[in-house]
Ligand binder design. Structure first.
Ligand SMILES: [Zn+2]
Length: 446
């Protein structure tokens, strides 16, 4: 059967590419200010592709005030496990088009890679799920449910409702989140940890109003200097997070080489890395903290005054096991304690998102490791993700018994969220074969 699947997937290459090109042409940006009709179009195209691949009962799930998700199901043999396949059909905005080498919503192939916004993140996931169904000619060896949602990039508020509100519909033994990918092209990878993230806005006030810096400067503290001193305490001299009480965890998977990281991050020559310990730990299982916005007078038009108020948004990435509410409490306490000169401090808390650490010894992980190794012809490695996928904690909280796998066809050159996003078309085939072989193994009991 494995030989048959390999051939079936190879024959599907043109259909997969056609599906992907069709989806990439739809600018399904779910952010405010973009045309929501395009997101609906991509939901409809997704439904059409999955339906023609053999998924049954395909329908749009309408979410009040939100973009539609797509759901369908095809039953496997009696007694077989249920596998929920996830992807998202919305995409990041293209950003400035002049930074792209090719038009962002026009799929174009170069050197075996298909370029276009969403080609990797995450329309590749939809194409893989459809191709897996096609490889089994619509009769998979397990019960397959597919959920493709339409606001992953734009908002995190409604996702938990989608999951909790459709508990019976989505219930499964194994959940495959195809919104990740491979460490390097051709190296099969399971993403086993995600960091969480919290943020807050800190506002500092020192005076009733701005005043003349010549008359009062030297004795009256300005709010911007006070804020800068507070922000500077968030990291120590080496750039490690200095908020007391935050946890971190060791990392056991792939080691991130420093020279590759420098190139991928686009660091200027001579600029040092911050933090301490193995790079993989710093990026995946330790906290990191950054100032992501400041409100203060702009340089253009600035005057000789003492600034009376200033504020900043702080983003704190937290390790997989950290409680986001606790982390925000610690950050808030740190900021309040760091305020110099009796400055007034107000901290407004943002939305907390939990991280994720997969238990990797279950039958689905065993099946995935064996299947991916067979499809790619090499051993599976484990990597972490410094970013978060808000849906994942929502799924694990709602379905604590289910085993969750994070994988996909993205690779180190996919440039997701940035200009010139792309996916390797051969990787798309290998990822599909891996997922199909995994379903066979799950049907056979792991
Ligand atoms: Zn994504």
């Amino acid at each position: 059967m494995a030989r048959g699947l390999r051939e079936a997937v190879a024959e599907l290459a043109p259909a997969m590419r056609e599906d992907l090109e069709r989806l990439v042409r739809i600018p399904s940006v779910a952010f405010d200010g973009f045309d929501p009709a395009q997101v609906r179009r991509s939901a409809e195209a997704t439904a059409d592709i999955l339906g023609s691949a053999g998924l049954g009962g395909v329908r749009l799930i309408e979410l009040p005030g939100d973009h539609p998700a797509v759901f369908g199901q095809v039953d496997g043999p009696a007694g077989s496990p249920t596998v929920l396949l996830y992807a998202h059909h919305d995409v990041q905005p293209s950003g400035p088009e002049e930074l792209w080498d090719t038009p962002p919503f026009e799929p174009i192939e170069k050197d075996g890679r298909l370029f276009g916004r969403g080609a990797a993140d995450d329309k590749s996931g939809i194409v893989i799920h459809a191709a897996v169904l096609r490889a089994f000619e619509g009769r998979p060896p397990v019960t397959v449910k597919v959920i493709v949602e339409g606001e992953e990039e734009a908002s995190t508020e409604n996702l938990p409702n989608l999951v909790r509100g459709n508990r019976e519909l989505l219930e499964a033994d194994v959940i495959v989140v195809a919104d990740s990918g491979n460490w390097r092209t051709g190296e099969p990878t399971l993403t086993t940890t995600l960091r969480g993230v919290v943020d807050c806005v800190v506002e500092v006030r020192t005076m009733e109003l701005p005043v003349h810096s010549g008359m009062y400067g030297g004795a009256a503290p300005d709010a911007l200097m006070a804020l800068i001193r507070m922000l500077a305490t968030l990291q120590d001299e080496r750039g490690s997070v200095a908020v007391a009480g935050l946890t971190s965890a060791p990392w056991h998977g792939v080691a991130y080489p420093e020279d590759a990281f420098r190139t991928e991050a686009g660091l200027l020559p001579g600029v040092e890395l911050v933090g301490e310990g193995p790079l993989s730990e710093r990026l995946w299982t330790k906290p990191s903290i950054n100032v992501i916005g400041i409100d203060a007078p702009a340089v253009h038009g600035s005057r000789n005054i003492l600034v009376d108020r200033a504020r900043a948004r702080i983003s704190l990435r937290i390790p997989p096991g950290e409680d986001p509410k606790r982390a925000l409490d610690l950050l808030t306490a740190h900021l309040e304690a760091a305020a110099p000169w009796g400055a007034r401090v107000q901290v407004t808390r943002g939305n907390p998102a939990k991280g994720f650490a997969a238990p990797t010894e279950g039958p689905a992980h065993r099946a995935a490791r064996a299947a991916l190794a067979e499809a790619y012809g090499r051993e599976v490695v484990e990597m972490g993700s410094g970013g978060s996928i808000p849906l994942v904690p929502a799924l694990t909280e709602t379905f604590p018994e289910a085993e969750l796998l994070l994988l996909g066809a993205m690779d180190d050159r996919s440039n997701i969220h940035a200009q010139n996003e792309s996916v390797d078309l051969a990787e798309l085939g290998r990822a599909t074969l891996g997922q199909a072989l995994m379903l066979e193994r799950l049907a056979a009991g792991g």
